[in-house]
Design a binder for this molecule. Structure first.
Ligand code: GDP
Ligand code: MG
Length: 597
């Protein structure tokens, strides 16, 4: 295809502003997918994405569009995730396209992820076409939102396109704007092959599938290619475009986007951002590489039933085949036995992986408290990364500890600003900026990641009745006074419950955790002390009173079926318990003990 008949673009939006619905309409209107095969959210492939309505992996679709100028154009859409955990995936797919549609819900206006994502597009030098969605809603205020886009983002919104992705209104204008307003890709067909590895995933039939954007040269089925960074060579088995299902194609030239398979064993063998060239005629320079995604949140995953350890290992290995940003290593815990310490890009990523393990592989899991990566500077000058509070070295050997900090941007209606400031302040935040755009405030805070990683987002949503939006980026590491807090149940430390906290917050957290555990651990036949301690010093304590009556006693011995039911219920509850010493701890306690409210 000639370069000036190609347009490559992505759609950037805050979650729920209508990105997937718009993508569906573009696919539908151009007849890319036959009407009878059309299902909602074509690009959101994974079940869990559909259920939660979020896009996790970047996906791509090639659309053929006969424009008003009489020419047919190839439009390549790369869909990007909208959630903060996946900001890195957004940034890399942006480099593969020349323009972006900026979708803003006209009844909501600009939100935190709108900003984060549009800045990524601006960084990638994109031409940006603002699109005002949901103008069918009575609450839509397209003029006010136009103004807001200009004020807050600083781009011209006078030509913003009003649409309703739901009804289909305005979609033809969007297609025309893609052709008229976005630039065609550049590239040299006669130069040696240079293509960007945009993404890769594991397909159970085809093996590893690699999504590429060709910059220069031509790639053909059967070619022997070389990945410049990994230095590996492969012979292409299959070359295809995504419509969005795979359709074989003979070659891909400059500006084109497609996929290939080449008997690559695992996703880990493909580095996103790597440059692909021909084994024989190599390109002179590589594309500027990307930093690999670093896991920032770690937690332990243990089977409830220790007999399921092998099944868990198989499941984790399979998942890791398809998700190179997820890391794992074996872990043993005195409380929980054998399991894995796993690293994730963020909390949503953690939840997604855990849900998939439980659902697709049918394994009951105990998840331990998520922890960030600390830098432990030892007295001897060595720096150790701490992924698990249980591994904290002896304090006498430690010089100082550093923790990751983030820059958080929160957008919130005026009325809730006070609550948001209080929450950030409570979490050791330092205010960096506070500005207004209409009746919405934009606050920027410097916060420790460990205060955010757990329930910050849930709290933020609850104190603002869902009206706040949030985005963050990690800014670096800073020293602070951090200590390891241990929890003792029945006088024995439960390693899976230990955590790192700031010294000034230790007592408050310790008390809260003991109180929570008192609620979460059922009564036993004996009394159970629960303590929080730093080093050998107990800073908080609660006691669970001993159980006096039999659980069925309140049935007065009369109704036998009720009694039976109660016992069965109790038995079912047992499965979700973990025996620890003489005490049974419910699986949920390991994570709920940390919730602060
Ligand atoms: P995404 O998170 O940006 O991909 O958003 P979705 O496309 O999943 O849309 C979020 C919600 O908004 C869904 O319930 C859609 O049906 C709804 N929605 C999308 N576009 C429109 C629109 O133009 N009008 C109305 N009323 N609802 C819309
Ligand atoms: Mg979506």
């Amino acid at each position: 295809t000639e370069l000036d008949r190609i347009r490559n673009f992505s759609i950037v939006a805050h979650i729920d502003h209508g990105k997937s619905t718009l993508a569906d309409r573009l696919i539908q209107l151009t007849g890319t997918v036959a009407q009878r095969d059309m299902k909602e959210q074509m690009l959101d492939a994974m079940d869990i994405e559909r259920e939660r309505g979020i896009t996790i992996k970047a996906n791509s679709v090639r659309i053929e569009y006969p424009a008003k100028d009489g020419h047919t154009y190839i439009l390549n859409l790369i869909d990007t995730p909208g959630h903060v955990d996946f900001a890195y995936e957004v940034s890399r797919s942006m480099r593969a396209v020349e323009g972006s549609l900026l979708v803003v819900d006209a009844s909501q206006g600009v939100e935190a992820q709108t900003l984060a994502n549009v800045y990524q597009a601006i960084d990638a030098d994109h031409e940006i076409v603002p699109v005002l969605n949901k103008i069918d809603l009575p609450a839509a205020e397209p003029d006010r939102v136009k103004e807001q886009i200009e004020d807050v983002i600083g781009i011209d919104a006078s030509d913003a396109i009003p649409i309703s992705a739901k009804s289909g209104m305005g979609i033809p204008d969007v297609l025309e704007a893609i052709v008229q307003r976005l630039p065609a890709p550049k590239g040299d067909r006669d130069a040696p092959l240079k293509a960007m590895l945009v993404d890769s995933w594991y397909d159970s039939y085809l093996g590893v599938v690699v999504l590429i954007r060709v910059m220069d040269g031509v790639i053909r089925k059967g070619d022997t290619i070389r990945m410049i960074k990994t230095k590996a060579t492969y012979k292409l088995d299959k070359l295809a475009v995504l419509k969005p299902q795979m359709v074989d194609i003979a070659e891909l030239g400059p500006g084109e986007i497609g996929v290939f398979t080449a008997s690559i064993k695992q996703v880990r063998d493909t580095r996103v951002g790597d440059t692909i060239t021909h084994e024989r005629a190599q390109c002179a320079t590589a594309l500027p590489g990307f930093k690999p995604a670093q896991p920032v949140v770690f937690c332990g995953l243990f089977p409830v039933d220790s007999a399921e350890f092998d099944a868990l290992r198989d499941a984790i290995e399979k998942l890791a085949l398809n998700d190179a940003s997820f890391s794992y290593e074996m872990e043993t815990s005195a409380a929980l036995g054998f399991g894995f310490r796993c690293g994730f890009l963020g909390l949503l990523h953690l939840e997604v992986v855990r849900d998939r393990l439980e659902r697709e592989y049918d394994i009951d899991l105990i998840t331990t408290a998520p922890s960030v990566v600390y830098h432990i500077h030892m007295r001897d000058g060595e720096m150790r990364e701490l992924h698990n509070p249980a591994d904290m070295p002896d304090l006498t050997l430690v010089n100082h500890i550093e923790e990751p900090r983030i820059k958080a941007t929160i957008m919130v209606p005026d009325d809730y600003l006070g609550e948001v400031l209080k929450l950030c302040q409570d979490r050791r935040g330092i205010q960096l900026d506070l500005t207004y755009a209409g009746s919405r405030a934009m606050v920027v805070y410097d916060l420790p990641l460990n205060e955010v990683v757990f329930d910050f987002y849930d709290r933020l949503k609850s104190v603002t009745k869902g009206y706040a939006s949030f985005d963050y980026q990690i800014t670096g590491y800073r020293e602070d006074v951090l200590v390891k807090m241990s929890i003792l149940v029945n006088d024995e430390p439960v390693d899976a419950l230990s955590l790192m906290v700031h010294r000034d917050r230790a007592e408050m957290r310790g008390r809260a955790m003991c109180e929570k555990l008192k609620e979460l651990i059922p009564r036993h036949m004996f009394k159970i002390p629960i303590q929080a301690a730093i080093g050998g010093r107990v800073i908080a304590r609660e006691t669970i009173a001993a159980l006096r009556k039999d659980v069925t006693a309140k049935c007065y011995g009369g109704d036998v079926t009720r009694k039976k039911k109660l016992l069965e219920k109790q038995k079912a509850g047992k499965k979700k318990m973990r025996q620890f010493g003489k005490v049974e701890i419910p699986q949920q306690a390991f994570i709920n003990a940390l919730k602060m409210d």
